[in-house]
Structures are given as C-alpha cells and as structure tokens.
Design a protein around this ligand. Structure first.
Ligand code: SAH
Length: 336
C-alpha cells in the first residue's frame, strides 16, 4: 500500500493487525436464517445468527464467550462463562455477515446484542463496538436499529443509554421477584423494581419505547395472572412487551406454551394498555433461535445432571427424568 506514507505504514505495522475472521461453520435454516460459528484466536468459539425478514437483515451477535448469569432457560450459560470478547471480535461478526450480504447485493440493516453473553457485563468493549456500528466510518447503522439486550445490570443501563442513542431491550421474564430470581439468579442482585426503574429512566426519542422481553415458559410464567401483574408493573411506562415462546434445548427442563396460552397472555397485556408483539421463532432447525446459542459446546445434559446451584437450592424445577413437567407455581409462588 504505497499510497500511504512510509511513516504511517510504520505506525500501522507496529500498532494494527488485519486479521481474517472466517466462520468455521455456516448453517442455513429452512427459513433462511443463517448461523455462524466463529473460532477465536485462543480457540474459544462463539455464534452469531443472521435473520432475514422482509426488508431487514438483522444480525444477532455475541458479546461474551459463554455467560455468567445462568438463566435457567438459556443454553448459553450451561457451559459456564469463559471470557469477555474484545470489540474487534464482536465487530468481526458484523464484518463477516456484511461481507456475505454484500455478495448478494444486500446490506446489514440491524444488529441486536442478543447472542451469547451479557453485553452490560462487558461495557467497554460493547461500547466501542456500538461506536463502530453507528459511525459513518464504520457500518453507518442508525442507533434505532442497534438493540442492546440486557438481563438488567441496573447500574450500567443509564450510562450506556446516555453515551449511545441505541435501542434497549430488557429481559424481564417474570412479574414477581420470587419467580424472577428462580429463573434469573441476577434478580437477587438487581430486583424487578430497580430494573423497571432503570428502564423508565432510559432517554427516548418521541414515539420510541423500551422493549421488555418475556420468555413464555409453559406452566411457569404464562398464566393470565402473570400477564396482569406484568401490565401493572409497566403501567404508565413507555415499555412494549416482546413475547418469546420458549425455545427448547436439552439442558433445560422447560416447555413451550401452547398457542392459546400465548394468545391469552397477549390479550391480557393488550387489555391493560401494553403494546405487545410476539417474536417469531427463527432458525430453530439449526438451533439458532433465542436462547439456543452455546458455541461449539454440544449440550446434552443427562436427565439427572445437576441443576445450577440457584435452582437446586430452591428445589425447582425438576428435570426431564421427572416426566418433563415443571410444577406449576401459583401467583403466591407456591407449588401446586
Ligand atoms: N444476556 C442478554 C442477551 C442474551 S439472551 C439478555 O439477557 O437479555 C437474548 C434473549 O433471549 C433474552 O431476552 C432471553 O430471555 C431470551 N432467551 C434465552 N433463552 C431462551 C429460550 N430458551 N427460549 C426463548 N428465549 C430465550
């Protein structure tokens, strides 16, 4: 590259490195969703998912190798937490997808931090990545089309929201602290009240809302009473709910709700004045749907494999060797 000065070439050679980042494996779903497996330089692996949908091309990216949060319904935490990803590693997922798309004359339009890991436990690298995604010298994607999804790491929400005009999604998954702590141990540190207060503080442009993600687990959090409690929690807030019917994986004992249960839940929310959308399941045949990403680690826990500590200590729920049925929790939190 002799059109750069010798001095600049020297600086670049000593401070920068151009590395390729090809996917080690590409899987393509019957619905057009693509899942990429990347091997990082230290041998660790992460996955990303490209979801084509009408005009949009959305990439779901990972920000950590594994996850420390151990949400009971999510495959990512099962193999434990390995390490934070660097911004270079996070951005490279987008480079790979953008290159693939450009070969078909398409453009990456949206990025969601909903792959492996908890982005708000890796804020410096995630923040750098967002800068590159939004910059005209990077991907030039509008902040509206970049969504950071968090399990609710309360102290990190507002600072990141003030730094970058991106969209926020918060995984709520239960309207009561006892149930949420059971499903998401992080709730013991940042309980619902604080999480919802943080969501209310996110600055929003007119007409925009914060998304509350709610994974529906049959017989656990999908009753009309749960929906009513959720609508009360969000009363008067600029929050919309994204209902995600549970996607199964071998390491989790839960079951997907029936279509009727999803409709009932949705109707209660809508009647309570809460805007509600249902997330379509995409890429399930290649295990690329929400909560199914686990890196190369093939998860096939035996029915009697130990549950993460938090869930064992609460004696709930039972694994598949119990017939695959989770005991139902009544609104008071008691098993029935
Ligand atoms: N750590 C971040 C982002 C990763 S998970 C967060 O918690 O938001 C992205 C979304 O997938 C979350 O809303 C999570 O609740 C949901 N999810 C996890 N496992 C799932 C499963 N098995 N089925 C459906 N959705 C799941």
């Amino acid at each position: 590259m002799t059109d750069l000065s010798k001095e600049l070439r020297g600086i670049l050679a000593s401070s920068c490195r151009i590395s390729g980042f090809p996917a080690e494996r590409v899987e393509i779903s019957s619905d057009g969703t693509e899942k990429y497996l990347f091997r990082l330089e230290d041998g660790e692996t992460v996955e990303s998912v490209l979801i084509p949908d009408e005009g949009r091309r959305t990439l779901c990216i990972s920000s950590q190798v594994g996850c420390p949060l151990l949400c009971g319904f999510c495959a990512t935490g099962v193999a434990g937490f390995r390490r934070d990803m660097t911004s270079a590693e996070i951005v490279q997922q987008a480079c790979f997808a953008a290159n693939r798309l450009s070969e078909r004359g398409e453009r990456l339009s949206n990025v969601v931090f909903m792959g492996m890991g908890e982005p708000l436990l890796n804020v410096p690298e995630v923040s750098r990545t967002i800068g590159i995604l939004l910059s005209q010298f990077g991907f030039g994607i509008s902040g509206k089309r970049v969504t950071v999804s968090t399990a609710g790491i309360v102290p990190e929400v507002l600072p990141l929201a003030l730094m970058h005009p991106v969209s926020f999604a918060v995984s709520i998954n239960a309207a009561r602290d006892d149930l949420r702590s059971l499903l998401m141990p992080v709730n013991r540190k940042y309980p619902l009240k604080e999480v919802v207060a943080a969501m209310r503080r996110i600055p929003l442009q007119s007409g925009r809302k914060v998304t509350a993600e709610y994974v529906l687990l049959a017989g656990v959090n999908d009753s009309p009473e749960d929906a009513l409690a959720l609508s009360r929690l969000f009363r008067g807030a600029r929050i919309k709910v994204n209902l995600i019917p549970y996607n199964s994986h071998a390491a989790s004992p839960y079951r997907a709700p029936s279509a009727d249960a999803v409709d009932r839940f949705r109707n209660v929310l809508v009647a309570g004045g809460v805007q509600t959308i249902r997330r379509e399941r995409r890429g399930a045949d290649i295990r690329a749907a929400c909560g199914q990403l686990s890196g190369s680690v093939h998860i096939s826990l035996r029915g009697d494999a130990p549950l993460p500590y938090e869930m064992r200590s609460l004696g709930y729920p039972h694994r598949r060797n119990n017939g695959g049925h989770s005991p139902r929790l009544s609104p008071g939190g008691k098993k029935s």
